[in-house]
Ligand binder design. Structure first.
Ligand code: NAD
Ligand code: UD1
Length: 332
């Protein structure tokens, strides 16, 4: 199929591009480079041995979008483009609503005009908010506690209304848990600008000596060892989940929200331990007060993905840490 990946040079989009191209799909990438670099394209071509079509464009540019969709006879869109910092979304909410919500409306309007109705959306476990029970299943109440999460929920609601108004649309909202790791080549991975917010990229920078120590945000949670627990998922598993979702949207009109997680939670200490083994180095750490807005623990019920998509995560914490570290070493 001819597939457009918005935000396809970013962390998750680039790994998905690899899997799609290797399965024989025609991958077209659109990205405005606000959080990615052109060199990712060359690395994608070197991994896949294929030339990928790339457009430096913004999802808020309606006419450009329509031309890209029609020139490439696009049949389905995977929509990764978005801003994802919880802290920044609190400081600059309009930027987040504009990019994530208005940008998505613009994109689906262009699709509608070009009569393309297969859509896979990058949603997030953040839409659930404070757990009322665990694991989160897809029917858990949706009460995001930050602006970033609200933008994801708003888009899901817009997509549901769209499907109600025109049942020929086929939409899957994939609610990702905590993506980590990198492609085994070490050529693509997660490279946040500035000081990382997320745990795995921060640990990598401590291991390489770029940062002096890891701050552990709280060791007094009601979890197995007092630190926060999360459902970390290898980005290549996530990428394969998108291919499974593509096969699904081809046959199932309607709106479907599906968790992509492993169903297992690991603590900060678990991740540090696995990383130390994978990188064969000690991670200096200091316990700090809890980070505001953090939840103690959450993880996915992953059954719906298994039942509907025939997909489940395969890679373990060791592989996540090894591949993440391998990418970081090669890059620095
Ligand atoms: P990323 O920042 O690495 O990739 C997003 C890409 O989109 C970047 O290359 C960026 O340049 C591009 N982009 C942003 N706004 C754009 C716009 N207006 N027009 C064109 N391109 C634009 O992020 P990621 O980690 O790959 O995340 C991909 C998607 O998944 C995002 O929508 C994010 O909110 C969602 N998500 C990510 C996580 C995570 O932990 N990484 C978790 C849940 C959901
Ligand atoms: C964060 C976002 C979430 C987003 C997710 C993407 C917040 C409040 N939430 O989630 O919306 O979907 O990233 O992956 O920002 N930790 C440390 N030290 C660090 C960094 C993190 O101890 O330097 C701890 C955190 O307290 C948490 C765990 O590690 O317990 C994971 O943190 P992180 O990687 O930032 O992910 P989330 O908090 O789950």
């Amino acid at each position: 199929m001819n597939i457009l990946l918005t935000g396809g040079l970013g962390f998750i989009g680039s790994h998905t591009a690899v899997v799609l191209a290797q399965q024989g799909h025609q991958v077209v990438i659109l990205d405005n480079l606000c959080n990615s670099q052109m060199e990712v394209l060359a690395n994608l071509e070197s991994i896949t041995g294929k030339k990928l079509r790339f457009y430096e464009a913004d999802i808020r540019e309606g006419l450009a979008l329509r031309k890209i969709l029609s020139d490439n006879q696009i049949e389905a869109v995977m929509h990764f483009a978005g801003l994802k910092s919880v802290a920044e979304s609190a400081q600059d909410p309009l930027k987040y609503y504009d990019n994530n919500v208005c940008g998505t409306i613009n994109l689906i309007e262009a699709m509608q005009a070009e009569k393309i109705n297969k859509f896979i959306f990058s949603s997030s476990a953040t839409v659930y908010g404070v757990p009322q029970y665990l694991p989160y299943d897809e029917d858990h109440p949706l009460e995001p506690i930050n602006t970033y999460g609200k933008t994801k929920l708003q888009v899901e609601e817009i997509l549901q209304d769209l499907v109600k108004s025109d049942p020929s649309w086929s939409v899957v909202a994939l609610r990702y848990f905590n993506p980590v790791g990198a492609h085994e080549s070490g050529l693509i991975g997660e490279s946040p600008k500035g000081v990382p917010n997320n745990l795995m990229p921060y640990i990598c920078q401590v291991a390489s000596g770029k940062l002096p120590h890891l701050n552990i945000f709280g060791d007094d949670y009601e979890t197995k060892d007092g630190t926060g627990e999360r459902d970390y998922i290898h980005v290549m598993d996530l990428a394969e989940g998108h291919v499974a979702a593509l096969n699904f949207v081809n046959q199932h009109p309607g709106f479907h929200a599906i968790n992509l997680g492993t169903g297992v939670s690991y603590s900060v200490y678990d991740l540090i331990g696995a990383f130390e083994q994978a990188a064969n180095s000690m991670i200096v750490r200091k316990v700090q007060p809890r980070r505001s807005g953090d939840l103690a623990i959450y993880y996915a019920k992953a059954d719906k993905a298994k039942n509907l998509l025939g997909w489940q995560a395969k890679r373990d914490l060791q592989v996540m840490c090894k591949s993440g570290w391998n990418f970081h070493k090669q890059k620095s």
